[in-house]
Design a protein around this ligand. Structure first.
Ligand code: SF4
Length: 64
């Protein structure tokens, strides 16, 4: 599983790095970006919480 942020939809609220900082961070453009790495099992719940909590549904957690 990997995370993906749709930058056209992200509003830069900063929530996802707070919930799951191992996968999400704020990029230089002020929008979120997901690390291009396999999400470890022990942080998968955090990553999914970030996906569900995003106010604009910009995050996808999926097999990629
Ligand atoms: S929670 Fe959603 S809107 Fe907020 S920074 Fe993350 S991807 Fe962007």
């Amino acid at each position: 599983m990997k995370g993906l942020v749709d930058k056209d939809t992200c509003i830069g609220c900063g929530l996802c790095p707070t919930i799951c900082p191992d996968i999400f961070r704020m990029d230089d453009d002020g929008l979120a970006i997901a690390e291009d790495i396999e999400i470890a099992d022990d942080i998968l719940a955090e990553a999914k919480e970030a996906e569900e909590s995003c106010p604009t549904a910009a995050i996808t957690i999926d097999n990629m």
